[in-house]
Design a protein around this ligand. Structure first.
Ligand code: IPM
Ligand code: MG
Length: 362
């Protein structure tokens, strides 16, 4: 029997609270199927800075490289905000993405029917929304050179980041996106700013070329400003979206809130040998340590881990359905709590979902 080695990187804030719930659910899957999971925890982000002085200790990177997948919580917090850019907790996550070559970030934004009223948009606008945003994760403005800052003698300064892509970088994420679109409704929107940016013109050219290999997929090119508007105007227009790193960072938050709460949405970062799975939400310092955070995004991230890193899609489906059943039964964490539903905490939500997953096997 193969043992699946999972690196557990809870990180900071509510990352420490939701990751154990995701692990709990994977352990249920292990017990029910005989699959063997071996979990090993490591420090990342602010917690790692406090203990070792670095946001991504070498031992953490090594553990990740030797694992089959990474279950990640969240990093950052006010405590470390004053640190220089290169030493911030966020660097730990960015470093992992780069070191492990996780160039494709899959962020589903799906509206759960029972949570439609939690969405800031009108029910009739969001109903039926089911979008997969594929964000390029290791290039663009986040990593482009030159980058840096120069101080002028007169007290002024100049700072620069570079949005750069090679055709190879665009091509590999485009292929990942077309592959995902093939398994969905075969509609792909490639988002760029080709009316202004030369880097976007290359992006559009390469995506169009890759599209020739996927004649069944309807490809459209959407300008990023227009996409931002269309996402709140008519989100059901979109099926699969592919875009560069910064545009994807922004648009995926926008898409996420359509679903009512960031606490519901998982993500997968893939491309390299080891995939990284993390909730889209951050560390939520305002509610950290209170046991009230929504663990669903983390639990659905564990489902994505089974699907994309371990080829255990049927077990992932069981987790997805268990989450829906628990929500249908009326259980809600604080972020999506509404009149007529039962308020539960982080652990209780994790237990309820674990119990439903377990039942699904009997
Ligand atoms: C995200 C986050 C990160 C990013 C931060 C924490 C570095 O906003 O995963 O979307 O900007 O990529
Ligand atoms: Mg973001």
């Amino acid at each position: 029997m193969t043992t699946h080695k999972i690196a557990l990187l809870g990180g900071d804030g509510i990352g420490q609270e939701v990751t154990p719930e995701a692990r709990k659910v994977l352990e249920v899957v292990g017990r029910a199927t005989g699959a063997s999971f071996e979990f090993e925890a490591a420090l990342i982000g602010g917690a790692a800075i406090d203990a070792t002085g670095e946001p991504l200790p070498a031992s953490t990177l090594r553990l990740c490289e030797q694992s089959d997948a990474i279950l990640f919580g969240a990093v950052g917090g006010p405590k470390w905000d004053a640190l220089p850019q290169e030493q911030k907790p966020e660097r730990g996550l960015l470093g992992l993405r780069k070191e492990l070559d996780l160039f494709a970030n899959l962020r589903p934004a799906k509206c759960f029917p029972m949570l439609l009223d939690a969405s800031p948009l009108k029910r009739e606008v969001v109903e039926g929304t089911d979008i997969m945003v594929i964000r390029e994760l290791t290039g663009g403005l986040y990593f482009g050179e030159p980058r840096g800052r120069e101080e002028f003698a007169d007290g002024g300064a100049r700072a620069v980041n570079t949005m750069a892509y090679t055709s190879r970088e665009v091509e590999r994420v485009a292929r990942a996106a077309f592959d995902v679109a093939m398994k969905r409704k075969k509609r792909l929107a490639s988002v760029d700013k080709a009316n202004v940016l030369v880097v976007s013109q290359l992006w559009r050219e390469v995506v169009t070329r890759v599209g020739k290999d996927y004649p069944q997929v309807a490809l459209e090119h959407v300008l990023v400003d227009n996409c931002a508007m269309a996402l709140v105007h008519k989100p059901t227009h979109f099926d699969t979206i592919v875009t560069e790193n910064t545009f994807g960072d922004i648009l995926s938050d926008e898409a996420a809130i359509l679903a009512g709460s960031m606490g519901m949405l998982p993500s997968a970062s893939i491309g390299g040998r080891v995939g990284l799975y993390e909730p889209v939400h951050g560390t939520a310092p305002d509610i950290a340590g209170q046991g009230v955070a929504n663990p669903i995004a983390a639990i659905l991230s564990a489902a994505m881990l089974l699907r994309y890193s371990l080829s255990l899609g049927a077990d992932a489906d069981r987790i997805d359905s268990a989450v829906i059943r628990v929500l249908e039964q009326g259980h809600r964490t604080r972020d999506v709590h509404a009149a007529g539903t039962t308020l539960v905490g982080t652990k209780e939500m994790g237990d309820l979902i674990s119990a439903e997953v377990e039942k699904s096997y009997s």
